[in-house]
Design a binder for this molecule. Structure first.
Ligand SMILES: [Zn+2]
Length: 274
């Protein structure tokens, strides 16, 4: 069900929902489409977008009646999805039921480095003025990602911080080549997925965002062993697919000031500005 269908989906029965501005008429049309779709007895329903109370209600009603429902909405992170749905007016007992709201996905697209003209960080030192700071941030982000993945978020003395492998880090050459535009070609997805359980939903219901985040990213079995969008971005930077600068443009700093200081305290400063 889309408003209107954006493209063909093979094997799916597609229904367009009329876009009208009159709220009452819209609600009536939507419930008609919903009744019609239930008569088709679908196993899986894809609802183009949740944008208001009516569409959100429809999504939850379909899920309650045992259909697998996939839908999208505009929100800044996976953990903020329940908040956003609450904001649209859906009752708490529905939103925080992990049997009902089972998976939370969030994604952004970032421009990929052109493989033909990307510049290794050693060369980039000459052309990017604040390259030392960027490399220290990338390094700290990679160190902390590895550390949290191994040990979770319980406070301890951080002696286990390890120097990451930064040998594959590349930057874009904005002059580009005949195979790309400004040193980038194509895009890649940065994604995070929360496989919801009762614990993460309890934290979210109590508005304990930090606790929910730490639990989600803590390795199993203590946590959910998740990967944040930031970590996915750092992984792709370490592989040389994304420039640290493009990744920061999409996601914000790869490490906080506090994290950089902590890493430098244990491992020393590695990249000096000249
Ligand atoms: Zn190129």
């Amino acid at each position: 069900m889309e408003d209107p269908p954006e493209g063909g989906v093979k094997g799916a029965r597609q229904i367009g929902v009329s876009s009208v501005t009159d709220e009452k008429l819209r609600a009536r049309l939507l419930s008609e489409v919903m009744r019609a779709s239930l008569r088709l007895d679908p196993d899986i329903v894809m609802l183009g977008e949740i944008r208001d109370f009516e569409t959100a209600t429809m999504a939850f009603r379909l899920a309650l009646t045992g259909r697998q429902v996939y839908t999208t909405l505009h929100v800044y992170s996976a953990l903020a999805i329940p908040q956003r749905i609450r904001d649209l007016g859906i009752e708490q007992y529905l939103v925080y039921d992990h049997h009902l709201l089972r998976g939370l996905f969030s994604q952004r697209l970032s421009r990929k480095l052109c493989p033909h003209c990307k510049i290794h960080w050693k060369e980039a030192a000459k052309i990017i003025p604040n390259y030392a700071e960027i490399m220290e941030r990338t390094r700290a982000g990679a160190v902390m990602m590895k550390y949290h993945r191994a040990f979770g978020f319980e406070p301890n003395d951080r002696k286990q911080l390890d120097e990451p492998d930064l040998s594959n880090i590349y930057f874009s050459d904005v002059r580009g080549c005949d195979k790309c535009f400004e040193g980038r070609s194509g895009r890649t997805v940065l994604v995070e997925i929360v496989d919801a359980d009762s614990q993460v939903m309890t934290y979210l219901r109590n508005a304990e965002m930090d606790k929910a985040r730490e639990y989600w990213l803590t390795p199993q079995p203590e946590g959910l062993g998740g990967t944040s969008m930031l970590w996915h971005g750092i992984e792709k930077v370490l592989e040389g697919m994304l420039s640290p600068l493009d990744t920061e443009f999409e996601l914000g700093p790869l490490a906080t000031k506090h994290e950089i200081t902590e890493v430098q305290k244990v491992l020393g400063v590695k990249y000096e500005s000249r």
